[in-house]
Design a binder for this molecule. Structure first.
Ligand code: XUL
Length: 524
């Protein structure tokens, strides 16, 4: 049950596997949450993990109407639970990044004239020129990527302009493929949305703008000037600017809720819709990262979010416009060899036991006596490298380490690589830097101690299961307040705090200066 009525903001997350919502009260606590799981709750679409993987193994799409119907279902669930929609001051949301939605000519009219008597999916059935939307897991656009980089003067030049070299999942390359392979469908398209701005459009009853932050995941936006790059647009497809609309700052109010929701669910007609953004930017907001902070998710792959002031885009990682401060940026780095690599070394060198693994970390010294190791059993993406590489204190490559040394070399190597790549994107540890750790390995205090020592900063642990959703609700509060140009951190200062897990070992910084630069010269 939703409980007694409370003034609140909603945060939505249109992710790969489900649509989720949370309601956050003025005290910034979550008091309601719900979700619709695509595979389980919408089996008629036949998705696995929310997607269809095509025969070529590279093309990955999701039915756009499945997303629309999921919104119908979740709103009905909220209504059935007695949720008081009239108390919602504003809403915002997140979408899986890079995915794209193709609205057919005439769809705008259907959106503005929705009848409150019918669910959305029945009224929007004929509104899409492409019924299967490409999503972030798609990797079928290598030809388009090479073409875009060649037109733009190379991968680094494209990265300097748009924050990333060309990536298969980035939307500009996806649009280029649609234009090349389905030119009729492309010319019938009156508007192209990201998953985030598509979801916002459903609430607005008209096309929502793309926000700067999610717009940075397209290889089309000039991240410094915050305008579409004319050269990138014309390299991808004709008439693209008018199909995309003008990008807006992420905390913009894009309008008030469509009368459809007022009449069908009892929303207040003044409920504001704040621009939706990508799930990673929304998570940065949910974790309340501040300048100099870094969030480390230690899962199957390890992911880093960084808050940056002066980015230096490179061939690895992505720079996005910051979702809560338009003057600043965020970076996203993904490392494929995360938990699976840690588990392998645990099995090989710690008798399959995490407690043996921890013991080895405690039994070895910070800096590992000068021994360094880098372990990539699967082809790494940051950087592209495979194999295990071990160097002793004399900088000579060796084929094996004693078991304890191996374990510390793995964990120190993983975190040093993260710091080096973060610094490569312009990140600097600051005196006020906090590290927020999440994911499976964040439960291991000894691993976190190495993280604190390598970055010479305190590590906090936080639960990010709902961070994109909660971040969206925080962003809705921020959007409401932004008229007064209030910093995001002030809006969310009452929110629950992460828990301090470990602080750096005294002397960690000195070790930095002596031991660490040597790994830079080892080209990792
Ligand atoms: C980020 C990316 C994924 C999706 C997942 O670049 O592709 O993290 O955003 O939803």
């Amino acid at each position: 049950m939703a409980g007694p009525a409370r003034r609140c903001c909603l945060g939505w997350d249109f992710s790969t596997q489900q649509v989720k919502v949370v309601a956050v009260g003025a005290d910034l606590n979550v008091f309601y949450e719900d979700s619709v799981h695509f595979d389980r709750d919408l089996p008629q679409f036949g998705t696995q993990g929310g997607v269809h993987i095509h025969k070529d193994g590279l093309t990955v799409t999701s039915p756009v109407l499945m997303w629309v119907q999921a919104l119908d279902i979740i709103l009905e669930k909220m209504k059935a639970s007695g949720f008081d929609f009239s108390q919602i001051l504003a809403l915002s949301g997140a979408g899986q990044q890079h995915g794209s939605v193709y609205w057919k000519a005439g769809a705008s009219r259907a959106l503005t004239s929705l009848s409150p008597d019918l669910p959305l999916h029945q009224q929007l059935e004929a509104c899409f020129s492409i019924s299967d939307s490409p999503v972030w897991m798609d990797s079928s656009t290598t030809a388009q990527c090479r073409q875009l980089e060649a037109t733009m003067g190379g991968a680094q030049a494209l990265s300097c302009l748009t924050g990333s070299r060309a990536y298969e999942r980035f939307t500009g390359n996806q649009i280029a493929k649609i234009f090349q392979e389905s030119p009729e469908a492309y010319s019938l398209t009156e508007r192209i949305s990201l998953v985030s701005s598509f979801a916002a459009s459903l609430f607005l009853g008209s096309y929502s703008s793309i926000d700067y932050s999610d717009g940075s995941g397209m290889n089309l936006l000039q991240i410094c000037d915050k305008v579409w790059s004319q050269a990138c647009l014309s390299a991808c497809a004709p008439d693209l600017e008018e199909k995309l609309g003008r990008p807006v700052p992420s905390s913009s109010v894009v309008g008030t809720i469509s009368s459809y929701y007022v009449q069908r669910y009892g929303f207040h007609p003044g409920c504001q819709v704040v621009a939706f953004t990508g799930d990673n930017p929304a998570s940065l907001a949910g974790m309340r990262l501040e300048e100099g902070d870094i969030a480390v998710s230690l899962g199957t792959s390890d992911t880093l979010f960084l808050w940056l002031r002066e980015p230096t885009p490179s061939l690895e990682g992505h720079i996005f416009c910051n979702p809560v401060d338009p003057q600043h940026y965020m970076a996203l780095l993904c490392f494929k060899n995360g938990s699976l690599m840690r588990e392998r070394i645990r099995d090989e060198s710690a008798s399959c036991s995490w407690s043996e693994f921890s013991k080895a970390l405690r039994a070895t010294e910070m800096g590992n006596g000068g021994n360094l190791g880098f372990y990539f059993d699967v082809m790494e993406i940051t950087p592209e490298i495979i194999g295990r590489h071990r160097f002793n204190a004399e900088n000579r490559e060796v084929s094996a380490f004693p078991r304890h040394v191996e374990i510390r070399a793995l964990i120190e190597g993983q975190f040093m690589a993260k710091r080096i790549h973060a610094e490569g994107l312009g990140y600097r540890v600051m005196p006020k830097t906090k590290i927020l750790a999440t994911g499976g390995a964040s439960h291991n205090r000894d691993i976190l101690q190495v993280l604190a020592d390598v970055f010479d900063a305190p590590v906090y642990v936080t639960d990010t299961a709902n961070s994109a959703c909660v971040g969206s609700a925080y962003r809705a509060f921020h959007g409401l307040a932004a008229g007064a140009a209030v910093p995001f951190a002030d809006v969310v200062k009452l929110a629950p705090q992460p828990r301090l897990a470990v602080t750096p070992t005294p002397g960690a910084a000195q070790l930095d200066a002596v031991g660490r630069p040597s790994i830079v010269t080892k080209d990792v």
